[in-house]
Design a protein around this ligand. Structure first.
Ligand code: AHR
Length: 631
């Protein structure tokens, strides 16, 4: 190959926000994942009405030892903690010294992971009918024989009161249980039983798991899209707790802020309960902690991913439009505004600096054309500084795709959100997709893309495609890979960037590609050409895909993906040394000044988890190549 770089040629400015993270609460990315809460079903809201495998006592066990007995029952009645937290644990215990009784929680996956010497914050809302009931809170092994840390809490009186304590783990284990036990007789009531590691990311209470957030941070993401794709826009539009309300409600940001015990839980599109403990405040804060610009996606009353009928009632729609305006105020308003005050009260008087908002996700229903303008017009009138992201369609929708594009143009949307999950070959064939994209219309947010696998070949194909993203960054402002997280025991969707269990997390090959690109962004792209073998356009064998760019620091960086030498070469850095390019993950090394994959460990069993991919056959987003000028 011969690469020719025209360093004095016309340049294209690279977007400051180009590479980010698509975070979705899918695969238990939040509860049981990023959200550092270790207790599953802490507020006893799990219900068989949601999922046949759930009960109010999911993840809980009755404990009675040495003759002690406990009769836990999940109830809802006038004694509920508050109107947003309607179920609690009614817990008659008949214990005695040496005969403890109560309950214990088994956490997620294999249990509760502890690190010897680490501190854990316990808290609970409780009441007792026995005047004062001392509780022993202990971390124990599955048999209940070994204690890995304990504290005591005195519950006083029969009114809901929050109690807390700190425990220090005396063992490192992945399968501990949190037991709450009494050695006396009483009828206890418990709610919001909680255990957090003290050592969360940035040390925040109600914070996120440090190792997982550090995987995000290591990628150097320029933006954070949250809280998801379909999890944001499928469900009913009922208010929580309204008579006959449906428990699977569309994600509504206001339900996710304020004191955690006042946030209603929700049974989500992906088939599990969300505590909303990781809510909009926490997402904004996380984005800030990561140095990323926040990019929330909200529902516009259309169930694009399939679900209950879209919202058409004008009054109800007004409420959702107002919610969206209030969200912008929550993020950016002064503490003197209604929603800025809520943010300030939660501990962040400074604005979060929201610049983008996504209206809808994969909205392929016609009601989108009716609803979107209500939201877009209101935002433009009140907040012209916010960049609005509309949707794009898919070729299987035929003329609808063109209509949606024309609609985005007509609505003067700042960006459209394109998604594609396709084969590696599609990505190779479409590396030039944006070279002749329409420069007059909305810009592009590639909100989700992946080549349907976490093998090294998938990652390489995506890297090839990303050189096209970078070359066309005058029209592509933002791009993010498929969902970031998957808890390996609760997988609804693959591929994903990072896989984890209670103890470990590892980046897929695709994650490392994302990280390499995001960590190394040029200021301007300069034109270049490469001689190719005849098969290069859609066949990676022998193909070279490149973007060439300048930075203010170094003026001759070249990014190349190729396998034509047998080794996989991601990039040459011809001038400024190794440090800036050193990818994470430990599977790379510098050979003769070039970064090469040092081993095949990226393709080991852990980066290709056994996942049921059968759903893929019915899910293909073949995006229109109409605007690419052919690939
Ligand atoms: O990423 C998983 C799903 O794929 C998202 O929820 C949705 O936007 C897309 O269809």
């Amino acid at each position: 190959h011969t690469i020719t770089i025209d360093a004095d040629g016309p340049t294209t400015e690279v977007s400051d926000d180009l590479y980010g993270i698509f975070y979705e609460d899918i695969n238990r990315a939040a509860d049981g994942g990023l959200y550092a809460e270790l207790v599953q079903n802490r507020s006893f809201e799990y219900s068989t009405a949601d999922n046949a495998s759930y009960t109010g006592l999911t993840s809980w066990e009755a404990v009675g030892r040495g003759g002690g007995t406990a009769s836990p029952e999940v109830v809802t009645n006038a004694e509920m903690l508050n109107a947003n937290n309607r179920y609690y644990l009614h817990l008659p215990v008949d214990g005695a010294p040496g005969a403890p009784a109560g309950v214990r929680n088994v956490g997620y996956n294999s249990g509760i992971a502890l690190t010897e010497g680490a501190g854990y914050r316990f808290s609970v809302f409780a009441r007792t009918d026995a005047g004062t009931t001392p509780l022993t809170v202990r971390l124990e092994d599955p048999s209940g024989n070994a204690v890995h840390g304990a504290t005591t809490v005195d519950v006083v009186g029969d009114a809901w009161t929050r109690y807390e304590g700190t425990l220090t783990a005396t063992a490192t284990t992945a399968d501990a249980r949190l037991a709450v036990l009494a050695e006396s007789t009483a009828t206890l009531r418990l709610d919001m039983v909680s255990l957090f590691p003290v050592d969360t990311f940035e040390g925040r209470e109600n914070g996120v798991r440090k190792d997982l957030a550090e995987m995000m941070e290591a990628m150097d993401p320029q933006f954070l899209r949250f809280p998801g794709g379909c999890v944001t826009n499928v469900g009913t539009f009922d208010a929580y707790g309204a008579p006959g309300y449906d428990r699977r409600r569309t994600y509504r940001w206001k339900e996710t802020v304020g004191p955690v015990e006042e946030r209603p839980t929700n049974y989500n599109f992906w088939g599990y309960n969300q505590s909303y403990g990781l809510g909009y405040f926490e997402y904004f804060q996380l984005a800030e902690d990561l140095g990323s610009t926040p990019l929330p996606v909200v529902s516009v009353g259309v169930n694009g991913c399939g679900g209950p009928p879209p919202l058409t009632d004008p009054d109800a729609l007004d409420g959702w439009v107002q919610d969206t305006l209030d969200l912008i105020e929550f993020a950016n308003g002064a503490p003197t505004t209604e929603w800025g005050a809520v943010r300030a009260e939660m501990g962040h008087p400074e604005p979060f600096g929201l610049r983008y908002i996504g209206l809808g996700n994969e909205e392929v229903q016609r009601e989108f054309l009716d609803n979107y303008p209500l939201f877009s017009d209101a935002i433009k009138a009140a907040h012209p500084e916010i960049r609005i992201i509309s949707n794009s369609g898919q070729t299987s929708a035929g003329a609808w795709f063109d209509e949606l594009w024309d609609f985005a143009v007509e609505q003067d949307a700042d960006l459209v959100d394109e998604h594609y999950y396709n084969s590696p070959e599609w990505f190779l064939a479409n590396a030039n997709r944006y070279d002749s994209y329409d420069r007059e219309g909305p810009h592009v947010f590639i909100g989700e893309y992946a080549s349907k696998g976490n093998t090294f070949y998938n990652a390489l194909a995506e890297a090839a495609f990303m050189t096209g993203i970078e070359r066309n960054s005058d029209v592509i402002d933002l791009a993010s890979y498929a969902p970031f997280f998957a808890n390996e025991d609760y997988v609804q969707w693959a591929p994903d960037a990072v896989w984890f269990d209670n103890v470990d997390a590892y980046g897929s090959a695709n994650y490392h590609v994302q990280a390499m690109f995001a960590q190394n962004v040029g200021d301007v792209v300069v034109p270049s050409t490469v001689t190719q073998p005849t098969n290069a356009a859609d066949d990676i064998t022998g193909g070279v895909f490149l973007s060439t760019w300048l930075t203010s620091a170094a003026y001759d960086n070249v990014r190349v993906t190729s396998n034509d030498t047998g080794d996989v070469l991601f990039e040459d850095d011809f001038s400024d040394g190794a440090a800036a390019w050193n990818p994470t993950g430990g599977t790379w090394e510098v050979v003769d000044g070039e970064y090469v994959q040092a081993s095949t460990t990226v393709e080991d069993a852990r980066s290709t988890p056994a996942v049921d991919m059968s759903g893929w056959s019915s899910y293909t987003y073949e995006m229109d190549a109409r605007k690419t000028g052919g690939a």
